[in-house]
Design a protein around this ligand. Structure first.
Ligand SMILES: Nc1ncnc2c1ncn2[C@@H]1O[C@H](COP(=O)(O)OP(=O)(O)O)[C@@H](O)[C@H]1O
Ligand SMILES: [Mg+2]
Length: 352
């Protein structure tokens, strides 16, 4: 899209809540120039939960900060609800910023005021009366399950409760897009699970589009519909969460998937097995219960050694993964490969 036309609502893509078009952000630190974002293209469809994963320093926070216009791109355009943030004057920008709200890793609550007043604050800043702000804040607190802690101060709450307050404050203005920057990274696994469930409820019940950035692949698995993998300011891979988990293409995506689904044999094991070929098998849904190892033994007369096997639920589906060593007659092995190719999602030979 030409830069000049972008201030108008993007009628061509009404189902897109957030779009980044060739977004580059550079910082200069003394003589050094850092490219935090390098020509990033991204589309987040309305009503979906989109995750960006990357290691520390990949550019995730910078990316999310361009969406609420806390960072201005050096080049490219950021459109929220089809409106180019850079095209807006101060008053219009203030209004446009209300379409988004942010949840932070370190909660960013005011310690000196109550939970209720923390949640009321965005409305008070909008000029909403104290009583009306408190009424709506109470509703938000009720939604996150903290109605009974309205009068408490943040330092009287656990980390998980603080993040619930952070979410209540973020949704109190009913934003179109909720931005989460490592929202669960300071929390233990059980609390992370609860916050993920809460974010899913926000998405489902309010239809809020959610953009999360994280370095935790299990958060992507449990929360997101789509994922973009970021490295050195670039998006190196993107797709549905299912696609990226089943068929990661780049080394960085493979390594993130490997943090949730171990998919490599330890080098010591690889060295020790030698000889007959190793096959990596991937299964989906009903395939995970197919007795394929039995088939290889009884129908093809092969010797099968299972070196690794697991299954994981991703969204509403089950992904299985197995590494086997297959010994026996080469012609039978070839026939077995043909047989498996019809029955499971993928088979590849593992090279040591
Ligand atoms: N305000 C800034 N000034 C200078 N460098 C910055 C600034 N913000 C971010 N960076 C640099 O940009 C890169 C990406 O940072 P960031 O977006 O915070 O990554 P992430 O959130 O993925 O860890 C890093 O090299 C970081 O040091
Ligand atoms: Mg960050």
């Amino acid at each position: 899209m030409p830069r000049g036309a972008a201030s108008e609502v993007d009628a061509a893509a009404p189902d897109v809540a957030v779009r980044l078009e060739g977004v580059t952000r550079r910082f200069s630190q003394g003589k050094r120039e850092i490219t935090a974002l390098d020509a990033v293209d991204l589309s987040v469809r309305r009503g979906t939960i989109f995750g960006v994963i990357g290691h520390s320093g990949a550019g995730k926070s910078t990316l999310i900060r361009t969406v609420n216009a806390l960072e201005a791109p050096t080049a490219g355009a950021v459109l929220v609800d089809g409106v180019d943030m850079a095209s807006l004057g101060a008053a219009a920008l203030r209004a446009a910023r209300k379409k988004t709200a942010m949840v932070f890793q370190q909660f960013q609550l005011l310690e000196t005021v109550t939970v209720l007043d923390n949640v009321s604050l965005p409305l008070r800043l909008d000029g909403v009366s104290r009583s009306e702000a408190r009424r709506r804040a109470s509703e938000s607190l009720d939604f996150v399950g903290l109605a009974d802690r309205a009068g408490a101060y943040p330092n009287q709450l656990s980390g998980g409760q603080k993040q619930r307050v952070g979410i209540a404050r973020a949704i109190v203005r009913q934003p179109a897009v909720l931005l989460c920057d490592e929202a669960t990274s300071a929390l233990d696994p059980t609390t992370t699970r609860q916050i993920i469930d809460l974010l899913r409820r926000v998405n489902r019940e309010y239809g809020t589009t959610i953009l999360v950035v994280t370095h935790e692949m299990d958060v992507i698995r449990d929360l997101c519909d789509e994922v973009a993998v970021m490295a050195d300011g670039r998006i190196v891979e993107q797709g549905t969460v299912m696609d990226v988990f089943v068929n990661p293409a780049t080394p960085v995506a493979k390594s993130f998937v490997g943090t949730v689904i171990p998919n490599e044999l330890p080098p010591r094991v690889l060295r020790a097995v030698g000889g007959a070929p190793l096959w990596r098998l991937r299964f989906l849904d009903d395939e995970v219960t197919t007795p394929i190892v039995g088939d290889l033994i009884s129908d093809f007369g092969l010797r099968v050694n299972i070196l690794h096997a697991d299954m994981t639920d991703i969204q509403d589906r089950t992904v299985g993964h197995m590494i086997i060593q297959v010994d026996g007659d080469p012609a039978q092995r070839a026939a077995a490969r043909e047989h498996l190719a019809q029955r499971i999602v993928s088979l590849e030979e593992v090279t040591a």
